[in-house]
Design a protein around this ligand. Structure first.
Ligand code: IVH
Length: 691
């Protein structure tokens, strides 16, 4: 049995000393990786488990506590490359709890400490535990002086120039009750959307992909060149203070309100809790809405509300007695990687997918995970047969975090994965575009996977949206050779209706319905048409920009093929050089031009006029939740968009209205908490009217 597997209560003194030394060395290595290199070696919960083990052994053998014990340290030493700032007051950490039952211990301890009876009020402020990077900013006489990271808790790194690139930071604290000297503390983080966009960009530029928003935030903030920080979208929340010459508030609640009044962003999810039950329900509520939040959180923090109580409670070792972090259970699990499959997308990109032994990850069975690309497999040294840690974060596709190399069985043949050099579907050679990480099948439309993928895209919701041509039927008609190019869809009736009627599962009526559905879509708006072509990098939003700019398809084609095609394209806000090249490449490919010529004989593309009329929803951000009675969610979204609104998937402070259908869920609660106006279906329809 390994020393690590022996429970603290069963360790001998000798074993305990050895284990404490091992833990100190290991945790110090992990801290360096986490704080200095922004490249954690373990997931938070694994790290926390080691810390907890260290603490338990120390509690049992207090005489063995080492001078360099991890329990005496907060974070890692500041890195050598930034100049140092000594915090006026140490930046400490929080103790963690993991179970709901630990809440009672925490509040009981405080009551005992303050000598409060059970019927005396003891209020808490509950806050989300933001998964980012803590900062401390010094303001003197209301003016920004300097900013630092936590570092080792006493000395941090000078990130003044970097933090000043974040637009959310007030340069001057305006308003009431600004103390003469104050260290304002909080968390810099990256919103999930910004994180995904950044990684997409990193992939395009053949640069390192960040493992999670926290690492991306840390990597973006701790840049010696602040102009890089400036290019990254960072956000922040203020949640506490360090040194203050004279506090001007009596409670945490008041402090948070002051932060807001001084121009600091404060999380909208903050709640006043009057009893243990309130804390429990807050924890459960946040766990429920966690994936809907625009930023990552890894738990909640409970803080005694009254600052006089906080002062009396003080600190033990490295953490305040008046606050505690209640962590969420991990959404990770171990399982075996059975196989690596290569999927071929409609643009030819080869994406490796992991086939996993099905495993329960945070309540959801996971049997596949994305492996992103060849570089990712190499970097993590992922091999078929390995035991791996899979992670599921919110609605994101499961990922493989790391390989448990120590479990790689030396006698069996676990070999390095070799990426195919030919497309697994059409056997055409695999190519890698300059500046890109992705590998492509060079087969183009001769590759059935690409051809079918593009056809499916052509009839998909935001494109031609043809009812009756779902994946199954498209595969069927493709296999028969009836639909191989977009124009074939519109020739299906003329060529194959009679044959189809005679087939199993089909009949006169169903074929008539299908043909009617196809014929209904012989007229299409320019934006949808552009999107339907499946040009690399052109999503529906970009297609709309192009439609707005060029108005008609003939004009678009003419301009793109002209001498100034690229310059003209790049004048459109939102279109860069890579996209422009991809568009021009599409329109200069003779095969595509032939396809378009045939297709345009069958369909009509409407000119796109920017005749948007003003409605009460124009320019507003709206969110739908629940079931609508008179229209589908997609219809309602389309109506909102054409009225000039922006439809968002989750409720945030930027939301203007939340439309409540029946059985509205957490988004409704969320709106209520954020104080966002909710409207019903009837009101929504009224607001669509032109004013
Ligand atoms: S209060 C005296 N509030 O979690 C301690 N910390 O694990 C003051 N964190 O170092 C910290 N969200 O970086 C506080 N709402 C929140 C927080 C929060 C995230 C971080 C912070 C802290 C770490 C402790």
């Amino acid at each position: 049995m390994l020393l690590r597997d022996i429970l603290p209560e069963n360790l001998t003194e000798e074993q305990a000393l050895q284990e404490l030394q091992d833990l100190a060395a290991e945790l110090s290595k992990l801290d360096k990786a986490y704080y200095q290199d922004d490249a954690p070696l373990l997931d938070d919960w694994q790290y926390d488990a080691l810390k907890k083990r260290n603490e338990e052994i120390e509690n049992r053998f207090p005489l063995l506590v080492l001078l360099n014990s991890p329990s005496k340290k907060v974070g890692a030493l500041a890195s050598e490359t930034f100049s140092k700032i000594t915090h006026k007051e140490a930046m400490l950490s929080l103790s963690n709890i993991f179970e709901e039952s630990d809440i009672i211990d925490f509040t009981d301890r405080i009551r005992r400490f303050l000598n409060l009876s059970s019927n005396e009020a003891l209020d808490f402020i509950a806050e989300p535990k933001i998964d980012g990077l803590s900062f401390s900013i010094l303001y003197e006489n209301g003016r920004f002086v300097k900013a630092a990271t936590r570092g080792d808790g006493s000395v941090g790194e000078d990130i003044t120039q970097n933090i000043l690139t974040i637009p959310d930071i007030p340069r001057v604290l305006l308003g009431n009750k600004v103390p003469k000297i104050i260290e304002i503390r909080g968390e810099v983080y990256m919103k999930k959307d910004d994180f995904f966009a950044l990684n997409e960009e990193q992939i395009r530029l053949n640069k390192k992909v960040f493992a999670n928003p926290r690492n991306a935030a840390a990597g973006s903030l701790r840049q010696l060149d602040p102009s890089i920080t400036q290019q990254r979208n960072l956000s922040l929340f203020a949640y506490t203070v360090g040194y203050v010459d004279e506090p001007t508030w009596q409670t945490q609640e008041e402090l948070l309100n002051l932060f807001k009044s001084w121009g600091f962003p404060v999380s909208k999810e903050i709640k006043l809790c009057r009893c243990d039950e309130d804390l429990v329900s807050y924890y459960r509520y946040l766990q429920e809405i966690r994936s809907d939040l625009p930023y990552d959180i890894d738990g909640v923090v409970y803080k005694v509300n009254r600052t006089d109580y906080q002062k009396r409670l003080g600190f033990i070792a490295r953490a305040p007695r008046w606050a505690i972090a209640h962590k969420f259970p991990p959404t990770q699990a171990q399982t075996r990687l059975k196989d690596i499959r290569i999927q071929v997308g409609r643009t030819g990109v080869l994406t490796p997918v992991a086939d996993l032994q099905a495993v329960n990850v945070g309540g959801v069975m996971v049997s596949h995970a994305t492996l992103h690309n060849e570089d990712e497999i190499k970097r993590k040294d992922i091999r078929i047969g390995d035991m791996v840690i899979v992670q599921r974060a919110g609605d994101v596709i499961p990922q493989i975090v790391e390989v448990l190399k120590e479990k790689r069985n030396k006698d069996t043949e676990i070999q390095e994965f070799v990426f195919p050099t030919v497309c697994p579907v059409c056997k055409a050679p695999v190519i890698r575009d300059e500046d890109e990480v992705a590998l492509y099948c060079s087969g183009g439309l001769n590759c059935p996977a690409q051809a079918l993928g593009r056809l499916k895209h052509f009839v998909s919701k935001d494109a031609f949206d043809i009812e009756g041509l779902g994946n199954k039927n498209m595969e069927l008609f493709f296999d028969f050779g009836w639909i191989r190019t977009p124009v074939d869809i519109f020739l299906l009736e003329e060529k194959y209706a009679k044959q189809l009627e005679l087939m199993d599962g089909w009949g006169k009526k169903s074929v008539e319905n299908l043909c009617a559905a196809i014929n209904k879509k012989r007229k299409i708006s320019l934006d949808k048409f552009i999107f339907s072509l499946g040009i690399r990098g052109i999503g529906i939003a970009t297609a709309r920009l192009l439609a707005l700019h060029y108005h008609s398809f003939d004009n678009l084609k003419g301009q793109l093929l002209s001498l100034f095609g690229k310059e003209d394209l790049m004048q459109i806000d939102g279109i860069g050089s890579v996209m422009a090249d991809d568009l021009i490449a599409f329109f200069t490919d003779i095969k595509n031009m032939d396809m378009l010529d045939f297709l345009l004989k069958q369909i009509e593309v409407d000119n796109f006029e920017n005749n948007q009329k003003q409605t009460a929803l124009t320019g507003k951000v709206i969110v739908f939740t629940g079931t609508l009675s008179q229209m589908t969610r997609d219809e309602a979204k389309a109506m909102a968009i054409s009225a000039g609104a922006k439809v968002s998937a989750s409720v945030s402070s930027k939301t203007d209205f939340v439309v409540l259908g029946e059985n509205a869920g957490s988004k409704a609660k969320n709106a209520l908490n954020l104080g966002i106006k909710t409207i019903d279906e009837k009101e929504f329809k009224q607001m669509l009217e032109i004013i």
